[in-house]
Design a protein around this ligand. Structure first.
Ligand SMILES: *[C@@H]1O[C@H](CO)[C@@H](O)[C@H](O)[C@H]1NC(C)=O
Length: 227
């Protein structure tokens, strides 16, 4: 190759690597060390530096308990309007998860209970049913808004791609259901669609929501009053 050709070849390779790297950074960043156990004392009022994640505990003081959480054998309290409860094991609950890009939840469903449509801004979720049966689904992005839905039984596994609006509902009106899910972020976040749209503080203007949902303003005001 001429030096000009090899320069452009190098440029193309460098740009391809850069774009691949940008794709990979859609999830939590990669580790730069074996672990970075979250130092709960670093988030005090005395420290003004805010990090993307949590500061590392001194490795010489790290113990096995930093990588341990006990509690997912306990059923969550589903006495609420949705009839479900998510018990999180994120970096906040399990400090050793800090920077590892992964976490877990237990989800309990009352008979007929649901985990309302929501998205995780930072995570794909893979879910398995431990008890009962669930109607699950997710919707893809605009303009197609394809809806993929399925009924799951004990032992079944379903994946909700990152950012997709998704939900689960216990299809049994006589018995509870239980699921365990893993998420590809130490802190997946959740945006519950109904709360985000009708319950934000301050609220989105009722006339904007009325036009968006083809409703009248009085109906929107009523829906906003529910949140
Ligand atoms: C479950 O939550 C309800 C509603 O907040 C509460 O009244 C009830 O005491 C809770 N039950 C238990 C066992 O904590």
């Amino acid at each position: 190759m001429t030096s000009v050709a090899s320069f452009f070849f190098g440029l193309v390779v460098a740009l391809s690597c850069l774009s691949l790297q940008q794709l990979a950074s859609a999830a939590d960043p990669s580790l730069l060390q074996d672990f970075c156990v979250a130092d709960s004392t670093s988030n005090s009022n005395f420290i003004t530096v805010l990090l993307n994640g949590m500061a590392c505990k001194n490795p010489s003081t790290v113990t096995a308990n930093d990588f341990y959480f006990r509690g997912l054998h306990v059923a969550g309290n589903t006495s609420n309007a949705q009839g479900s409860r998510v018990t999180p094991v994120f970096a906040t609950q399990l400090p050793g998860l800090n920077t590892l890009g992964i976490s877990m939840v237990r989800i309990d469903y009352a008979p007929g209970g649901q985990n309302a449509p929501h998205t995780h801004p930072r995570a794909t979720e893979i879910l398995t049913v431990l008890e009962g049966s669930l109607e699950v689904g997710f919707v893809t992005s605009n303009p197609n808004n394809n809806h993929f839905t399925k009924t799951l039984y004990k032992g079944d596994v379903f994946v909700f791609p990152s950012n997709a609006v998704h939900y689960q509902r216990n299809t049994n009106w006589n018995a509870p259901a239980v699921a365990i899910a893993a998420l590809s972020s130490q802190n997946p976040g959740a945006i519950t669609i109904a709360n985000a749209v009708f319950g934000s503080q301050p609220g989105i203007s009722a006339d904007i929501l009325a036009k968006s949902f083809s409703l009248d303003v009085a109906t929107v005001n009523f829906m906003q009053s529910k949140f």
